[in-house]
Ligand binder design. Structure first.
Ligand SMILES: *Cc1c(COP(=O)(O)O)cnc(C)c1O
Length: 426
């Protein structure tokens, strides 16, 4: 469920029509529903309410400081993967004790800043990183808590680029090696190694891989405790399904049914790092059809957004439902699925203006007949949309609009050409 709905053939974000927002801010633009973000967070909080749970929203999914502030005010912590994301959470006024920091290549400067900020847990990806963290904490005469990221060798059956929990991936350490890491490093006086972290990757649409990974992790917790180590928390990472196609992914509650009993028995704190299950369907990318072009047997709808604005289709071969912001009654979509076969639809390739063959949003997609000037909406673009944007082809980064009921706020203005060259010198 999200805040985007058709009323009388016009798409609304909560109580404002997309067209009326675009009339003021222009295209392309990201439009988010504030209450969809907050509803998703609330549902996760409720699903896990019977155990001690910290939800650490993954900043890299959608990191606008305005949105982070709203989530922080509702009690969310944050999962960060860089010094820049730490800065964003600080700007948003986030609670540092609820910040977890993952990433295989943390630099000394990033580690120092995170130590100074007194974040909750460093999620450690290798022995070398842990050694370095201990060294820096000693030099600064400070302490920190760390979770060891273990690799449970579970396949969430998703795209290989977003699979991170398999043995051959670069993340974490093998579950067999974890015991040795605790034996070698747990007792160091500066960094308290007292938690485990697992992150399977993104895109899993069943709960089974999570339960399997958690069971393996639970076994490890018991073994570590037998060896005298204290394990106070298990961080189960993110990657929970998001509704790219309506009704396709499990709800927070369904995940919780599998996860909560295991955590209860273990008697540990649970940390979750949801990203796209909170952000994905909270946002759309609105774009205008510039030209309709026939090429051989194909018909192209060339739009004013490009792969620099939304990279997921070329990068992950990701599906995004696309539909016009205004349609005749018979074209109102009941579901956001791949081949909505409504009579009168035409097949289009929806492509951007960039000089790359990979600059596409959809291929052979059935859509109502389009014409120059039509406003198209690319759905479920809230996660890994704006955050993966770039200035490629010297295209300014897009504005971000946050809708709350019948009001909207520009929470990031459109970049100008002056912004583009501002850091450069002649
Ligand atoms: C990206 C990432 C997440 C969030 O993943 P989603 O698929 O957006 O839920 C959580 N934890 C870590 C360590 C990540 O790298």
């Amino acid at each position: 469920m999200d805040g985007f709905k058709y009323k009388d053939g016009r798409l609304y974000a909560e109580d404002i029509s997309i067209q009326s927002i675009i009339d003021k801010v222009g295209t392309p633009a990201y439009i988010y529903c504030k209450n969809t973000f907050l509803d998703h967070l609330k549902k996760i909080q409720q699903a896990y309410s019977e155990i001690d749970t910290t939800i650490c929203y993954s900043v890299k999914a959608c990191g606008n400081i305005n949105i982070l502030r709203h989530l922080a005010q509702m009690g969310s912590g944050f999962d960060i993967v860089s010094g820049g994301e730490l800065f964003r959470v600080q700007q948003a006024g986030g609670d540092m004790s609820k910040v977890v920091y993952a990433g295989v290549g943390k630099t000394d400067a990033e580690i120092k800043n995170a130590l100074d900020a007194r974040i909750g847990y460093f999620n450690i990806e290798s022995e070398a990183e842990l050694e370095n963290l201990i060294k820096i904490a000693k030099e600064k005469n400070t302490t920190a808590k760390a979770a060891l990221r273990v690799n449970p060798d579970v396949d969430p059956k998703t795209h290989t680029f977003i699979t991170t929990g398999k043995k051959e991936s670069k993340f974490g350490v093998d579950i067999e090696r974890a015991q040795k890491v605790f034996a070698d490093y747990a007792d160091n006086g500066s960094v308290k190694l007292c938690a485990l972290h697992v992150h399977l990757g993104s895109g899993g649409n069943t709960i089974d891989p999570y339960v399997e990974a958690l069971e393996k992790t639970a076994n490890l917790v018991e073994k570590l405790r037998e060896n005298g180590h204290t394990i106070e928390a298990v961080d189960l990472g993110g990657g929970y399904g998001a509704d790219y196609e309506t009704g396709y992914s499990p709800s927070a509650k369904e995940y919780a049914v599998g996860i909560v009993p295991i955590i209860k028995k273990l008697d540990v704190k649970l940390i979750l790092e949801p990203g796209k299950s909170i952000a994905a369907n909270a946002g759309i990318l609105a774009t205008q059809v510039q030209y309709i072009k026939k090429g051989g047997t194909k018909e192209f709808a060339i739009v004013d957004a490009g792969m620099n604005d939304l990279l997921r289709p070329p990068l992950y071969d990701a599906f995004h439902f696309i539909w016009p912001a205004k349609v005749e009654k018979n074209f109102v979509p009941e579901k956001r699925t791949k081949d909505l076969d409504i009579s009168g639809c035409t097949k289009y390739d929806v492509v951007g203006p960039i000089c790359e063959g990979s600059d596409f949003f959809a291929k052979n997609r059935l859509l109502p007949p389009l014409k120059r000037g039509d406003l198209l909406c690319i759905f479920t673009a809230g996660a890994y949309g704006h955050t993966m944007g770039s200035n490629y082809n010297a295209r300014p980064m897009l504005p971000e609009i946050l809708v709350d009921g019948d009001k909207f706020q520009v929470i990031r203005r459109r970049q100008t050409y002056e912004d583009l060259v501002a850091p450069e010198q002649i």
